[in-house]
Design a protein around this ligand. Structure first.
Ligand code: ADP
Ligand code: F6P
Length: 324
């Protein structure tokens, strides 16, 4: 028989993402409506190990849905990667009578949730990362806000780049994943999109492309470079030396991770938060919430972590074709 959950904990972990507050708000309110107590855990697994735990009421999440970042704060915690840390975390949950836990974060955070589940704490993950790099879901909280923020910034760089007839390299976030670069590359009409999944470090090909585009009459050349490839400033110097065309690098950085969430991030995060609370209340554990084919769904964490996310060959091909 499924274990009856009385108290639900909620934490955010790993990189923050706009929309996390909407997810927290939904977890808190739906759990309370379902008759459960809710405890907020500050600073991810680090806060759990430090017992930074407090009771939450529906009023604690008032006026938060429009806020970027996470009201619970977030952290990375090496100690939690150890067996001892995980055991201590589970004991602290038991001490505070937290029998169900919602973890909002990326796949690293899911691994932590998986370990707590193995120690008897029912856990559910919600995908919170601007990188969109979680295989079991087509949507992750924060991606929509991040790409819209980046897109607007890139439009501005494009204006000055055109005026000066320059080449611009704009570095966007994504240490291991190129989704932000791919989406912005298409949405901003970039001539080149460099993503960790595909880039073959053939700078000569980019240089040839810039020279060919000048001959075709293009007044600027926009290169969107993912953080995982990096080195935008030195790349700009080499491209300028090889082409004779003024080339500048702009690194957008953390501005992409902040700011008020878009409607989509608020809406999907709200649905995922409520969904997570509901399945926890049904006694589910070791699961993650996802969005697939127009539906909110859930997967076993072990299966979700074994899935591989691939850049769609069609979408990548189109991104290159549109830059002619
Ligand atoms: P994200 O959740 O965004 O992928 P990280 O990979 O940095 O971010 O993971 C966030 C935190 O999750 C880590 O700091 C650590 O506390 C926890 N974590 C990551 N991997 C593991 C693991 N293998 N076992 C237990 N906890 C982990
Ligand atoms: O939140 C995702 C992400 O922005 C990645 O794109 C990047 O690799 C990482 O977080 C950097 O985060 P931090 O600098 O906080 O370690």
């Amino acid at each position: 028989m499924a274990k009856e959950i009385k108290t639900i904990g909620v934490l955010t972990s790993g990189g923050d993402a706009p929309g996390m507050n909407a997810a927290i708000r939904a977890v808190v309110r739906k759990s309370i409506v379902n008759g459960k107590k809710v405890k907020g855990i500050q600073r991810g697994y680090a806060g759990l190990l430090n017992e930074e735990i407090f009771d939450m009421t529906p009023r604690d999440v008032s006026d938060t849905i429009q806020m970027g970042g996470t009201i619970l704060r977030t952290a990375r915690c090496e100690e939690f990667k150890t067996e001892e840390g995980q055991k201590k975390g589970a004991e602290i949950c038991k001490k505070h009578k937290i029998d169900g836990l919602v973890v909002i974060g990326g796949d690293g955070s899911y691994r932590g949730a998986q370990k707590l589940a193995a120690h008897g704490i029912n856990t559910i993950g919600i995908p919170g990362t601007i990188d969109l790099d979680i295989a079991c879901t087509e949507y992750t909280i924060g991606f929509d806000t991040a790409v819209n923020t980046a897109m607007q910034a890139i439009d501005k760089v494009r204006d000055t780049s055109s005026s000066h007839e320059r080449c611009s390299i704009i570095e966007v976030m994504g240490r291991n994943a190129g989704y932000i670069a791919l989406w912005c590359g298409v949405a901003n009409g970039a001539e080149d999109i460099l993503i960790p999944e595909r880039y073959e470090f053939n700078e000569q090909e980019i240089i040839n492309n810039i020279i060919a585009n000048r001959k075709k009459g293009k007044t600027h050349h926009l290169i969107i470079n993912a953080e995982g490839i990096g080195h935008s400033t030195s790349m700009a110097r080499r491209i300028e030396a090889a082409t004779g065309i003024e080339t500048r690098a702009t690194i957008l950085g953390y501005m992409q991770r902040g700011g008020s969430p878009t409607c989509k991030d608020r809406y999907y995060a709200s649905m995922m938060g409520a969904y997570a609370a509901d399945i926890l209340c049904k006694g589910e554990t070791n699961r993650v919430v996802g969005y697939q084919h127009g539906q909110f769904v859930d997967f076993d964490i072990d299966e979700a972590l074994a899935m591989q996310k691939e850049i769609s060959p069609f979408q990548y091909e189109v991104s290159r074709m549109l830059a002619i």
